[in-house]
Structures are given as C-alpha cells and as structure tokens.
Write a protein that binds this ligand. Structure first.
Ligand SMILES: Nc1ncnc2c1ncn2[C@@H]1O[C@H](COP(=O)(O)OP(=O)(O)OP(=O)(O)O)[C@@H](O)[C@H]1O
Ligand SMILES: [Mg+2]
Length: 224
C-alpha cells in the first residue's frame, strides 16, 4: 500500500510587510510506493524537511491529507498515530536525536523499549548486523557523546530501520559523511527499498540520483 500526500500545504507565522504568514509548502502531492526510492532535492529553505515531516506523521498540514490504507493519518488520535509511526515508519531526522544517557545499542533499540516490547533473539541479531553494515559495530557500548557526527548519523539510521518499517524517511542522511560512508548509506537505503520498503530521501547529494527510482525538486514550497 502506498503512502499518498494529497495537496499538502503548510503555513507558518512570519511577520513581514505584506502578510503575517507564509506557505513553506504549497499544494504538494507525492506518492511513496513500496519497493521504490524517491529523492527530493532543492535549495535550502525550499520546504523539503517540512514535506518529510508532514508525510512521516510529525507535523500536521495546514491543508491537505496524508493517506495510508485509504485513511488520513492525521485523523488518528495522537496515541494511535504514535503507535502507527512506531510500527510502520522509520525517520532519520535532519538534526541529532541521540539520547545521551543511553549507549549506542540502547539508542538503536529505543523503538522497542518505548513500548515495553521485548526484542527477541532475531531482533538483537539484526541490530548487530545493522551496526556491522553501517560500519559502527565497535561502538555498540559507547555513549553518544563519544561518537563523531557521522557515527551518530549512522546510529540514527540503524534506529530508524530496526523494526523493518514499511516507510523510511531520511532527511539529509549523509549530511556528516565522507564519500565512502555516503555510498554505504545510499546503498543501504536502496537495499531496504529492494526488500520492499518505500523510501523518501531528502538530500543535496547529486550522486543520490543513481540510487533513486524518481528524483523530484522543490523550490519555494512547490515541486518544480
Ligand atoms: N516551525 C517553523 N516555524 C516557522 N517557519 C518554519 C518552521 N519550519 C520551517 N520553517 C520555514 O519554512 C521554510 C522551509 O523550511 P524547510 O526546513 O522545510 O526547508 P528545507 O528545504 O528542508 O531546507 P534545508 O535544505 O536547509 O534543510 C524555511 O523558510 C523555514 O525557515
Ligand atoms: Mg531540511
């Protein structure tokens, strides 16, 4: 089942001479299909993160709908939406979101612990494999404060995919990475799509197109 954004608009308050609000996103429609990678590019401030946040259930649109299984995710009660996000969405946010009192492995397992779910043997094995694939295997017991920016980013990626989400939202997932790790991360997201996920990547990296089924560009709140 795809996730469909229909005519999403997000207005924020910003005082200026002519108006006191502006549209960060203006009438954007976008469909994420299983097994595909969609890349969203465009200049800073164009509205990419705002689109990603609305599609991933983090930010209610001013207008428009986000449809999953024929119903608008924003018609759900807060608790239900959080549960849905925990089960089916994996988000790699643009900023850092590590919990500093937990070690790397505990951070990665947060989607389970938040809902008091026990991770079985297979899940723990999967966590180890993810660390290996993302080249941070040796950091499992380290605290976030001991990690580099790029290592923290890869930890966030592992956490986003630990539950094998149907939809993966990656906001500048290679922002702090060198060329080699950039390639690792894009290959990783591509393989998640090949295993069935629908993946949305917001990025400035030109090379991302090589891993995408579709590349879209945003400027001034619109898809151009
Ligand atoms: N919570 C907010 N309140 C007010 N304005 C906001 C808010 N969030 C974003 N904006 C504004 O909306 C516009 C789009 O922001 P957004 O973060 O979506 O851009 P972006 O395309 O992701 O940019 P970047 O490439 O720099 O990450 C920007 O002008 C930004 O200042
Ligand atoms: Mg952004």
């Amino acid at each position: 089942m795809p996730l469909s954004a229909e005519s999403l608009t997000k207005q924020f308050i910003r005082e200026s001479k002519n108006a006191n609000c502006f549209s960060a996103v203006d009438d954007v429609s976008l469909r994420l299909e299983e097994g595909t990678v969609t890349v969203l590019t465009g200049r800073s401030g164009g509205g990419k993160t705002t689109v990603l946040n609305m599609m991933s259930g983090l930010l209610a649109p001013t207008k428009g709908r986000v449809l999953l299984d024929d119903s608008d995710i924003y018609s759900l009660a807060d608790k239900e939406l959080s549960r849905l996000r925990n089960r089916r969405f994996g988000v790699i946010p643009q900023g850092q979101t590590a919990i500093h009192s937990l070690n790397v492995m505990q951070n990665i397992m947060l989607p389970y612990t938040l809902y008091n779910e026990r991770a079985d043997e297979d899940t723990l094995k999967r966590a180890e494999e993810l660390l290996e694939r993302l080249d941070i295997a040796g950091l499992s017991a380290s605290k976030p404060a001991e990690l580099s920016g790029g290592e923290l980013r890869r930890m966030a990626i592992a956490r986003a995919v630990i539950k094998k989400p149907d939809f993966i939202f990656a906001d500048e997932p290679t922002g702090d990475l060198d060329d080699e790790n950039t390639k690792t991360v894009f290959e990783f997201l591509r393989s998640a799509a090949d295993e069935g996920a629908a993946v949305l990547i917001v990025t400035h990296e030109e090379c991302a197109a090589a891993y995408a089924d579709r590349v879209m560009k945003m400027a001034s709140g619109k898809i151009v």
